[in-house]
Design a protein around this ligand. Sequence first.
Ligand SMILES: [Zn+2]
Length: 476
Amino acid sequence: MRRCAALALALALLAAGCDRSSKRAEPIAPVFLIGIDGLEWSVLHPLIRAGRSPNLAALMQRGSFGKLGTLQPTHSPVIWTSVATGKSRKQHGIFGFLDGDRGVYTSSRRRGRALWNIADLHGLTTHVFGWWVTWPVEPIRGVMVSATSAGGRITKNWKGALLPGIPHQVHPPELTDRVLAIARDAGAPDHVERIAEREVFGPLPRDLDARERDLVDQTLWSIASDETYFEIAKALVPERPADLTMLYFGGPDVAGHRFWRHYRPWEFSWSGSSPAADAALACTVPRYYQWVDRMVGEMVALAGEDATILIVSDHGMHATATSAPNERYTTGDHQDAPPGVLIAAGPGVAKQGGWDAFLERGALPTRGNVYSIAPTVLGLLGIPAARDMEGSLAREILTPAALARIDALGAVDTHDAGFREPERVEAPADREDEFVERMAALGYILVPEAPEDDAVLVDPERFQLQTDPADAHPCY
Ligand SMILES: [Zn+2]
């Protein structure tokens, strides 16, 4: 892998006829950046304690972890683009799910280079699987499989899906047939239902009422999405070494929104379902986490021992503030920007003392914020950060040697010189306007209210980690 990176770099330098990477004398370790939407420490904590999240626990044991500060509003397209660029929404130009004309934001609207573009500029190879706002795919060294068609899946849960016949979902294009074949198998209804029963729901009672059935169905879309990008990554990563790999899982957010009341019923003064349904769905949230943990474990194994792994969530999750059932039946919420999760391990990452030390202390340190990820990934790849990035290096997770190496890179003014101009491209699928109207009427903001205002960083220390005794919850 290192030799490939070095070779790619040498070829790139020859091709570019310049020496923009002269400071990177040493071979770099590959970086795996795994984004997990809505991953929340208060769910992860008892799972780790009970030994049910062994792969994330193993990364914590050999690396660093803590709360990751995030932005309000907590809109996924905005924050995941900030993770990928180190920039605020005003800088990167992705302001929400839909723009003022209710068009889906596409990658062509992004102002400035994301990690994959910057790595490419420096001769490095990046794979990107299912990251937010990546349709149309961009021509980089490596493989890019877009989270396409948010528009077409609006009524489900916004998670990515690949659709036959839509152009620019896969780069390089010659991989399209193969990738779509994997997506077709991974998203086949009977396959998804098998995974849903095995990994997330278990056998469900037949007499679920319509609302619960709806929540389950919406989650199936998420399971299909996560399974799809995971299977694509699993097929392609081993045969094509990359310097940076980015993979996104959306399900913990989806499960948290829909099943928080079943997971922590004591936080709610109302119940909308039968005791049998409540019991059947009580562990859906932690079970989804366990499934993601298993997929992370497989990715870590594929990444190899010399890789640096970064697990990042864009925000946490907690009970909604409403005292009565809402129309969407959303019971988990994150609008006030509870901190996300950062877990890092591998070359250059400091060993913090493992999760058991954290349990003893009973407090989680803060490890930067969503803007810190891009400069930290660049530093690990031997590329200087840019002064026009909002974030700075997550210094506290790095070893002294890695810090010295990254500090020696210095910083450039910008990585965006010569980048294409933003362009409006119509997203491939229908916008389902009726649904958008209904959501807007319910106060669900899909369109940016005031793009002239930037998102605000919220201090993670405002939030306490909610812990329950390990034996107090039926799931642990
Ligand atoms: Zn969410």
